[in-house]
Write a protein that binds this ligand. Structure first.
Ligand code: HEC
Length: 154
């Protein structure tokens, strides 16, 4: 008899728990739409943005300097994703020397990510002028191009 009671109470309690969880889930939904990390969304307008800055030795050199301060600790000095703090921050990085790593992304998307950040990456926002952020896009793309020739065929 005692056992039956226990089972009943357990069932009752767990159904309460489920109802509670359900209510929680539905309440959470509207709150975390745009800026949350999992629902990362880039508008079509941003995706389609064209890069107004052509790659130039000067532009790339200027971007590389900033890259050294602001990006290399995560993305690695060569864009290979092996920066110093990757392990301690438990980051999952892409190796930009492999052209496939950025193939699916437009310049507009890369510009957006550099500006706004993504996941554990902080965006540059307006700390960098727009032209320089486009130079950064060109630099990010240059890692696969520059190394494409002298990569060992492994
Ligand atoms: C704190 C480490 C960190 C720093 C600093 C950082 N990033 Fe990132 N970056 C990341 C991580 C992690 C991702 C993957 C985010 C995701 O998809 O959740 C990423 C993604 C990107 C992407 C999208 C392509 C890809 O490889 O996923 C670009 C482009 C990028 N970063 C450029 C930059 C540039 C340029 C800078 C410097 C201005 C920079 N990042 C600084 C950690 C960092």
């Amino acid at each position: 008899m005692r056992k039956a009671w226990f089972v009943l109470v357990a069932i009752f309690a767990s159904s309460l728990g489920i109802a509670w969880a359900k209510q929680d889930a539905t309440q959470e939904k509207p709150k975390d739409t745009p800026a949350s990390t999992d629902g990362y969304k880039i508008s079509q307008e941003d995706i389609d943005k064209k890069n107004p800055v052509k790659p130039s030795p000067e532009g790339l050199a200027a971007a590389r300097k900033i890259y050294g301060y602001d990006c290399a600790m995560c993305h690695g000095p060569k864009g290979d994703g092996k920066g110093d703090i990757v392990d301690s921050m438990k980051l999952t990085m892409h190796d930009w020397r492999d052209a496939a790593s950025l193939e699916g992304k437009t310049d507009g998307e890369i510009f957006f990510i550099i500006t706004k950040g993504k996941g554990k990456m902080m965006g540059e926002g307006d700390r960098l002028p727009e032209t320089m952020r486009w130079n950064m896009v060109n630099l990010v793309r240059s890692y696969s191009k520059r190394d494409a020739g002298d990569k060992p065929a492994s």
